[in-house]
Design a protein around this ligand. Structure first.
Ligand code: BTN
Length: 269
């Protein structure tokens, strides 16, 4: 499978990834990238340059994680992968992570949009989820175990169906509806094609337009919270207000009773 992915990327002229791992089953692709980092970091940076960016893909995860400590539905058919990058290779620092997170969501959105029938609306749900109409199709978990390293974990519901989720886990989604490509297009989609298309879009963002604001305006235009009344949970605090847009540092601008707040993190409901 590793060779198949490498051949597919190279046939499409994508030379972004240095190492590829495919596993039938893993606890979490993010955790596997962190293990790779441990080897990389204990060696010199020349080795890091050869190994990273790395791509770890799994058919199934036994402990897939989402933001806020939530479990991530990781059954067969889902596209589950993580990228490991050295931030300085792209002139980035940890301060750029919020923007990287939004750019990753935007790259997924650009990947999914062409596959969808025109009557479906794909949108960004800040900070980085991708929704089709009001249902989540992709979640992204970015972690930075060392200052110069980032794990970008992505779960896209491609050929997995809600009805396949174990019954005792289905109640998790009562208040946060989810969907998958197969439920929308009603036929299987080649998940490796989706992966290759994402890698191309992601590479384009991180290498060519990360520091320009043009994509940010497009991202803002596709953000489904903009123009809506929203509430954001930050630990025990709730912020309620009208979503005005996305700031250049990728934070959310919210008009509240006490003025405009720049929200850097939180779960939007
Ligand atoms: C979220 O929406 O809360 C983020 C979900 C991220 C899930 C992906 S699946 C691949 C990678 N491995 C993990 O354990 N999590 C991410």
């Amino acid at each position: 499978m590793q060779k198949k992915i490498a051949d597919l990327l190279s046939a499409k002229g994508i030379q972004f990834i240095s190492t590829i791992e495919h596993h039938q089953i893993l606890s979490s692709t993010n955790d596997r990238v962190k293990e790779i980092f441990q080897t990389t970091v204990s060696s010199n940076s020349e080795f890091a340059l050869k190994t990273l960016p790395c791509l770890v893909l799994a058919d199934e995860q036994t402990a897939g994680r989402g933001r806020g400590g939530k479990l991530w539905w990781s059954g067969r058919g889902a596209l589950l992968f993580s990228l490991g990058i050295e931030l300085s290779s792209f002139s980035l620092t940890r301060n750029d992570l919020p923007r990287l997170s939004l750019a990753t969501g935007f790259a997924v959105l650009q990947t999914i949009r062409p596959v969808l029938p025109s009557e479906f609306r794909v949108g960004l749900h800040w900070p980085n989820d991708v929704y089709i109409d009001d249902k989540k199709i992709c979640g992204i978990l970015i972690e930075s175990p060392k200052p110069n390293l980032a794990v970008i974990g992505i779960g896209i519901n491609v050929n997995n169906r809600f009805c396949d989720i174990p019954k005792d886990f289905q109640s998790e989604f009562e208040n946060r509806p989810i969907t998958s490509l197969i439920e929308i297009v009603r036929k299987k989609t080649d998940a490796l094609e989706v992966l290759a298309c994402f890698v191309r879009n992601f590479q384009h963002h991180i290498e060519n337009c990360f520091f320009s604001d043009a994509w940010l305006q497009e991202a803002e235009a596709s953000c489904i919270q903009v123009g809506r009344d929203i509430r954001i949970r930050q630990d025990a605090r709730w912020i309620r207000g009208h979503c005005l847009g996305i700031a250049p540092d990728a934070s959310l601008l919210v008009r509240t009773e006490s003025g405009t707040e720049t929200v850097q993190s939180g779960i939007v409901q």
